[in-house]
Design a protein around this ligand. Sequence first.
Ligand code: NAI
Length: 721
Amino acid sequence: MTDATAIRWEQDQDGVVTLVLDDPAQSVNTMNAAFTASLDEVVARLAATEGLRGVIVTSAKKTFFAGGDLHLLSSVGPDRAEETFEHGMRIKRALRALETLGRPVVAAINGAALGGGLEIALACHHRIALRAPGSKIGLPEVTLGLLPGGGGVVRTVRLLGITDALLKVLLQGQQYRPAQALQHGLVDELADTPEELLTKARAFIDAHPESVQRWDAKGYKIPGGTPATPALAANLPAFPANLRKQLAGAPYPAPRNILAAAVESAQVDVDTAMAIEARYFTELVTGQTAKNMIQAFFFDMQAVNSGAGRPKDVPARPVARVAVLGAGMMGAGIAYSCARAGIEVLLKDVTVEAAERGKAYSAALLDKAVARGRSTPGERDALLARITPTADAADLAGCDTVIEAVFENPELKHKVFQEVQDVVAPDALLCSNTSTLPIGLLAEGVSRPADFIGLHFFSPVDKMPLVEIIKGERTGDEALARAFDLVRQIRKTPIVVNDSRGFFTSRVIGQFINEGVAMVGEGLDPVSVEQAAAQAGYPAKVLSLMDELTLTLPRKIRNESRRAVEEAGGSWTAHPADTVIDRLVDEFDRPGRSGGAGFYEYEDGRRTRLWPGLREHFTQPGKEIPFEDMKERMLFSEALDSVRCLEEQVLTSVADANVGSILGIGFPAWTGGVLQYVNGYPGGLPGFTARAEELAAAYGERFTPPALLRRMAAEGRTFGD
Ligand code: NAI
């Protein structure tokens, strides 16, 4: 009777039933329809089993349980709220029946238990986790715009107390290694082998013949108290205040619902608490933000990392020895990231001292990691031993890959490639970390342009997860595949774009910055401009970001681009931001943070306040536009330019656009990325197009919808369909 279901029933002579999570239709277990039906069935069968001594829940897959069925979850709209609520309650009732069975139930967590996986385990009386490599335990729903809707909020609050449940598990969606999960009280024991896992599970059953959940035991109190407990009552108001500060008014409903569900559910009995959780869950899952975030962080991320952009028929060839040219900020970070992945690194600069300074960057990062217990002295020494500083090109012999990160100057870049291309392996992959120079132009300086490619890292390299791979016109498939594999080898996320000025990321973020600066030029209050960026959900305010990048950089890029366009016979359209930037640099000598003055004032390199001169020289008192327009001008400027990138085939994949915009240039995550923002805009593509026309009429032709957008809107299509 159970053969075709997602949960296998194995019963031994001692009366112990092992429920083996093993969906035959999928490589991972998820909370799909088959699972829900199986769960109902096994729970009823357990209740009817005579002589039952205990239950072990484990999985036959590599991961214990993967969580919710995201295809299913992302398909429900507000019209299906009632059905969604009922479905959630059905799972909760089954898990509740399991935990009130009157017999010990043990979770033998044999691999990752994230989201729904941990929720199943939390409904067990005892949790034992196998120390499997890469195994993670946690409730990351918030990162998909959701909350744990399988009893995860109710049970973590009762297990850990409101404060710890919120801060250590629910609000940030932390993913813990088994040992950390033990430390935080999410699991009770660890096992080193699968055999030990099952032995310990049996031992628990033998020792606790009539187990009940602690929250069902007489006299149970929530650790730390309920919201009515004076100490907690005094602290709780800080939570919404902190959330407001953290979210800066950006539309992320999940943390707010999690907070409300945790606080409300702590004040009632378990069954009522489950209904409260289900109500908040339903509101999130039927809304647009969760759909956007599931699209970007699950489906698009999977498409990007699985190699949709990699030529299929090129065999993989792991990188063993890489030459990093230039040991400045970027080169030092690239060397660290490569060495961390086990690659041998030759770090070259003009002097050995400069190269050694680059290596010292890795030492500093590692010392910090050791001090914080995130690495060991042995790991630090092994990683540092893989980085060899040098000033001698001859040392680069045998390198299978070159990554160049010298100053942003085409002649210099040509020169350094000339210097090394005959020293390294004859078929070495040649990469440049240029942030703005056309790959086609740089390829002219190497003897093997087919092996030449752009590899655009983001700063700080050790933290930023994205690498933009830029395919030049002459770049071969082999080079593209090798570059893609290298990015995966160093555990970063690759997007692939075609050559163009500013590629995808630098070009599109430029639109955001220009729009913010243009608003200052129109006489709007700069404080409101910064506030609009924050409330739209941008992690960095727009004028402060401009200062970080320096005002002289966009000027240089603009002048070079104009020259290139005009030389090609095209006409150049100035941006209203140009004159503001020119005036700040030329008239007021405020080139940005590195020059000690920009849109902001600085003291010892620290930003202090917006420069009061902005008010004096730019702001027109009383000048206002709707705040919504300010936010949307920034969001639309980037989304529209991304559509143009797709139209011009700079971008060839919607997933690359969404993932790249969030991970690389801080496009707000709630949108699901630049093109998902268009899909999810009220009224879909036609709604977005109509709004773009309004913005164009009010603020300038740069908001005119591109032909591709109009066409897709008319055909009823969405990006990525
Ligand atoms: P940096 O100024 O910190 O470092 C450049 C390094 O190159 C210096 O250590 C310099 O001594 C070295 N160098 C100069 N000539 C050399 C030669 N002939 N041989 C070996 N080394 C030489 O510059 P940064 O910021 O690291 O940028 C490097 C490259 O990365 C540039 O092309 C830049 O556009 C690009 N980039 C920068 C990003 C950033 O956020 N700073 C982001 C992405 C790319």
